[in-house]
Design a protein. Structure first.
Length: 416
């Protein structure tokens, strides 16, 4: 009996000891797994941080060496010969000045993540992958507007990483803060930029147009000014009713006359796909949305005529007021860039004063406009025909001050 009890005790002890050892083994295994997970996480964080150190250090070094092409406001300098004209009535600006570094900006929406980075004193929003990023304070997009922002990338941005996509569309419900499929919205204009185009030294851009929930346009172009060697640029968009134009540092990449439809465009969304490498990052900064005026430069070429009462003169003289130089410069650039275009310039007056004097005054004012083009833009006189109509062709009956203002005008007509 004693032998049996001893044997049972040994068996119980052995079984308990085995269970204890098994539990210790499981704990050891879990501890090892947790250690591995921590190492992987630390490695991933270090890789990402190293990638951000590269972009921060390189951009700081570039600024120190004077190789940056940024202007005093922190944004990239645009091409001086560009036909892009920024809107003058600012609707929205975002420089992230009130947002803390490493935080996501308070007035934005995202279904992903992001954080503010400071590069040479300029704050940037670093965009995480697989998400949409929407500025909440943009609630209306006028028929004529300009939208601009700076974009930069980490160095050696991978060809297979996501481009930066930008959407102009109509928000109807809260779920529309997320851009998850092109066919959920009735209308949209989408474009993107990427600094790598396979093995070439250029970048690339695509554009898509959605109408009645169908993709009706899709195209792709190479862009030389945004690439791995020049990975910080200013992207500019100019909407003129249906027309969509997109520029990189003032150089036109897209010009689509029928991109925007009749939707109530009221939202801008940035969206990001997947980064191929953990070190790849896209960052945006210095956003500006502004209402724009009429596109005077292109109207002359596209319709063949343009009439304005914004060219002002001294009273009873043909001396052009300096306030008129802006519109004259816009038109002068059109003539300089299109040497095959000839125009007639016709001056008109209201009915104040002597009819003969008004006739002569209208001719002299047309000559003054032509002289401006000849002097500043070297336009040959053979391309400019001068006429004066005086008060003979009024647009109305000159019954009020506003009527007379409309009648004091200069008319341009293409005569090729």
């Amino acid at each position: 009996m004693k032998t049996i009890l001893t044997t049972v005790s040994i068996l119980i002890f052995s079984f308990s000891n085995a269970q204890f050892i098994e539990k210790l083994g499981k704990k050891a295994q879990k501890s090892a797994e947790r250690a591995i997970e921590r190492k992987v996480e630390q490695k991933a964080n270090k890789t990402t941080n190293d990638g951000m150190d590269v972009i921060l250090n390189n951009k700081k070094a570039n600024a120190k060496n004077g190789s940056s092409s940024q202007n005093s406001s922190g944004s990239k300098s645009a091409d001086k010969n560009s036909d892009f004209v920024p809107g003058s009535k600012v609707i929205f600006e975002e420089k992230f000045s009130q947002d803390a570094e490493s935080d996501f900006p308070v007035n934005w929406y995202t279904n992903s993540s992001g954080e503010i980075q400071n590069i040479n004193g300029q704050k940037w929003l670093q965009l995480s992958d697989k998400g949409s990023f929407t500025p909440n304070k943009i609630t209306k997009l006028p028929e004529n507007f300009t939208f601009e922002f700076d974009v930069t990338t980490t160095n050696n941005f991978n060809f297979y990483s996501t481009p930066l996509n930008v959407v102009f569309t109509e928000k109807v419900t809260k779920i529309d803060n997320i851009w998850n499929t092109t066919l959920r919205r009735k209308e949209a204009v989408i474009y993107n930029v990427h600094p790598s185009n396979s093995l070439s030294a250029q970048g690339r851009s695509e554009v898509f147009v959605i109408y009645e929930k169908k993709e009706i346009l899709k195209n792709k172009v190479d862009i030389s000014d945004f690439n791995r060697n020049n990975n910080t640029v200013r992207v500019q968009v100019w909407r003129q009713k249906n027309r969509f134009r997109m520029y990189i540092d003032g150089k036109k990449a897209w010009d689509l006359p029928s991109a925007f439809g009749d939707a109530n465009y009221n939202q801008i969304i940035f969206f990001i796909g997947t980064y191929k490498n953990s070190t790849d990052k896209l960052l945006i900064s210095n956003l500006r949305l502004a209402e724009a005026g009429e596109d005077k430069r292109h109207q002359l070429l596209e319709t063949g005529n343009f009439t304005t009462n914004e060219i002002l003169f001294d009273v009873n003289k043909a001396t052009i007021k300096p306030v008129s130089f802006k519109i004259l410069d816009e038109l002068g650039k059109v003539l300089a860039e299109n040497p095959s275009v000839n125009v007639s310039i016709t001056g008109h007056t209201d009915n104040d004063g002597n009819e003969d004097a008004n006739q002569k005054l209208s001719e002299n004012r047309a000559k003054a406009v032509a002289q401006y083009f000849q002097t500043k833009y070297k336009i040959s006189s053979s391309r400019l025909e001068i006429f004066g109509k005086g008060e003979s062709e009024p647009l109305n009956d000159n019954a009020s001050a506003e009527d007379k203002k409309q009648n004091r005008r200069v008319e341009f007509v293409v005569v090729n």
